[in-house]
Design a binder for this molecule. Structure first.
Ligand code: AMP
Ligand code: ZN
Length: 465
């Protein structure tokens, strides 16, 4: 399997530290609001990556955090706490907000067939671990106290911009919202490990610590939660491209300083979903969520297919017009599969051959579009029905488009009935006009779709083979 590694800026052969086993970490949602479908693009691509690894025979352990404390309005540690903002907006407590939006997130994931990671850990569960790591960083001289906060000292590092490509413009993107000067910082990139003093006195959740009552910074949680469940080395770390700086840069800085060795080998970043005016965000334009798409009549899996059609390292622009096209494609695809006659004996050798083709094609830097092409190739192929079914089932372990799900069979049946009836009428016309070649061609076309027709005294009747 080959994957683009943001750390080396190259497509590399994926080699986990322990043969056959993969440790994978994903930055989870900040649960102050619904996830928009841009956030969910990242989670869909990460889900495909995890499933492809399993498809390729790896034993994967995947961990994800839930950010329920410490993520300020700006990624540069300034502004109000996002959770507190959410609580004020809805007149609820921070914990109520966290619970509500965590549930909403997993409900969206369910609808998009995104598997829940093996371990999901809210940041507020790990305060002792954060304190422990911050103490270690202070002892080793990588952190300092100033203005009653604890900061990471980026000047102590040999290399801070590990992803290499940070220019001033990208730094601006990285820190996103309004950037305020924090005069406690010794260097402009230093970041908060522990706050006891924030401009916002009413920070709701606070814990006792050696530095006073306060709360953790955002970056520390991912380093700690990853180490807690996956140990001191990590194969693969994922997130949206905007997390590259400062979040992932800071995760690497503190983790490697704390551990004294390299921490994570492969960094996987999903590019943004844009709307027609630019990067999708929660504060701009129509707030596109899965429930909104559903209320407009879209099956959430249509959005999953929309994402799979493009490459994760390219920006993707959302529009309803494109989504409509994908909805039509999805419907046709499902109907086409529903019309297959799945009889016959499974040819295991052929199933394996098609499995390997998919593993190689999609395993080339997560080329999901090639995976879809192979699916269509399989439908077109002369594999017998039973073998086809096995291949579709196998591919759907990664694509997760419910390709064989019966739920929509009634609708698919309606479509099939309409199609067969049109064909039977056409054939009757052909026979009337003594065009027997055409009539026979129609009979054969129907047979190839698993539909058998019989002429009776009452007219032509049909059944599935
Ligand atoms: P957040 O809940 O803001 O912490 O973001 C959750 C995930 O969504 C992170 O991995 C972000 O990098 C990612 N993300 C944010 N905006 C977008 C977008 N427009 N398109 C794709 N991914 C995004
Ligand atoms: Zn993270």
């Amino acid at each position: 399997m080959k994957i683009y590694n943001s750390l080396t800026r190259k497509i590399e052969e994926f080699k986990p530290i322990n043969e056959g086993k993969v440790s994978m970490y994903t930055c989870g949602p900040t649960v102050y609001h619904f996830a928009h479908i841009g956030n969910l693009r990242s989670y869909i691509c990460e889900d495909v990556l995890e499933k492809l690894l399993r498809f390729s025979g790896y034993d994967v352990k995947r961990v994800m955090n839930i950010t329920d404390v410490g993520h300020l309005s700006s990624d540069a540690d300034t502004g109000e706490d996002k959770m507190l903002k959410g609580a004020k907006r809805e007149n609820k407590t921070v914990m109520e907000i966290a619970k509500f939006y965590t549930d909403a997130f997993f409900s969206d994931c369910d609808k998009l067939n995104i598997k829940t990671p093996d371990v999901v850990e809210p940041a507020t569960n790990c305060i002792p671990e954060f304190i422990n790591m911050i103490e270690g960083l202070l002892e080793k001289g990588y952190a300092y106290k100033a203005g009653e906060n604890v900061y990471f000292d980026t000047s102590k590092l040999k290399e801070y911009y590990v992803f290499g490509n940070q220019n001033e413009e990208e730094l601006m993107v990285g820190v996103r919202d309004d950037v305020e000067e924090d005069t406690n910082k010794r260097n402009k990139n230093d970041f908060v490990l522990w706050f006891t003093k924030s401009k916002f006195e009413d920070q709701a959740l606070k814990w006792d610590s050696p530095w006073g009552v306060g709360y953790p910074g955002w970056h520390i949680e991912c380093s700690c939660i990853s180490m807690k469940h996956l140990g001191e080395t990590l194969d693969l770390h994922c997130g949206g491209i905007d997390n590259m700086f400062p979040h992932h840069t800071n995760e690497i800085a503190q983790s490697e300083s704390y551990l004294g060795h390299k921490w994570c080998n492969y960094w996987f970043h999903v590019h943004h979903l844009n709307d027609e005016t630019g990067k999708m965000s929660k504060s701009k334009g129509e707030f596109l969520t899965v429930p909104l798409l559903e209320s407009k009549g879209y099956d959430p899996l249509v959005y999953r297919l929309f994402v799979l059609q493009s490459h994760y390292r390219k920006p993707l622009t959302f529009s309803y017009a494109t989504l409509d096209q994908v909805a039509a494609t999805y419907k046709k695809l499902k109907n086409r599969i529903a019309a297959i006659d799945f009889s016959g004996d499974v040819n295991d050798a052929l199933v394996k051959e098609w499995h390997d083709k998919f593993e190689e094609a999609v395993g080339n830097d997560l080329n999901t579009a090639m995976g879809l092409t192979l699916l269509y190739d399989c439908l077109k192929s002369d594999l017998n029905g039973a073998t086809k079914r096995k291949v579709i089932e196998d591919y759907d372990r990664v694509l997760s488009l419910d390709l064989l799900k019966e739920g929509d069979a009634a609708e698919a049946d309606d479509e099939l009935t309409a199609y067969v009836e049109t064909k039977i009428a056409e054939r009757a016309e052909a026979k009337k006009a003594k065009d027997f070649a055409k009539a026979d061609a129609i009979r054969e076309e129907l047979a190839s779709k698993g539909v058998i027709i019989k002429d009776t005294r009452e007219g032509t009747v049909w059944s599935r083979a």
